[in-house]
Design a protein around this ligand. Sequence first.
Ligand code: ZN
Length: 358
Amino acid sequence: MKISSSLAVIITCVIITILQISCSQKPPDFTSFPKIDAHFHIHTLNQAVIDQARADNFMLLSPNTRSSNQAFIDEQFRFTVGQHKKNPDIVAFASTFSMQDWGRPDWQDKAIAYLQASFDSGAVAVKVWKDIGMTFRDADSSFIMIDNPAFDPIFAFIASQNKTVLAHQGEPLNCWLPLDSMTVNGDKSYFKNNPQYHMFLHPNYPTHAQLMAARDNRLAKNPSLRIVGAHLGSLEWDVDVLAKTLDKYPNLAVDMSARICHLQVQNRDKVRNFIITYQDKLLYGTDLGVSDNDDPEKITADVHNTWLEDWRYFTTDDTMSTWNVETPFRGLKLDKTILHKIYHDNALRWYPGLQSKE
Ligand SMILES: [Zn+2]
């Protein structure tokens, strides 16, 4: 009788321990976890996606982008500032400056005055796009790179205002490779359908290495300026290469937007260890966008599904597959403190002025 009751106690204890272990391994709840999508383009005053973000406990940082003309920048500003005013708890935005009058003596002063006005309206950052480095040319027809001295007063001004630069420089390395060497299906189909952007076919354009060197030079020139490299800083193909750049430039962090698939094609343990090591310098983001051309219901469902799939990748060790990645891969099952950083705290640290979701 005595033996069987202590056996019962032991069995009960074992069951409780198993339950506790399986409980502690359960991924955190998606909906209640505070999250920031640090790269999400809003090009509409429609409320549907904003309401979905609110329901999913997301804040959205929307970067204004493409600096070729002021009219387009003004249009984006109208959408992002409008949404920010209507939904200050959900929408934040980054400004950008126009390259339209590059070379004119008052270009820098105008750009700085425009940025000052957008900071006054609530912008937390300034986006620079890949058109700097890959599109705009100087009077002598050389490409205007991000480390061009003419940008110096602008970046010094941004740093002096304690704002951050979100820099999309270059493209995925796949862009410089032949189609059959590309690592993800999305790049293969995009560059097949858009040969004009496939740099493998355009050797007269800057190389990937030249674009990265210009970006690194800008980081070195402005050590007090925070730069968030969009899209894993265009070093998406190998976390070891990205790690070296993050080590070299303390003022650099990266967002993962539109490049999570490039993590999914790399060795799972290597990626997992990379995220653990650089847990303070990685920001979750999608680069999804919503515009007036979208069906609000469909786009809202797509956005919600992407957020859920990414959450599954970071929080579980499920075997997963997507159209973009050729072979199945396993989720990273990161612990809660790291999830909290990449989904929330890092965005607040790298973009001062963003509102906390907590
Ligand atoms: Zn973007």
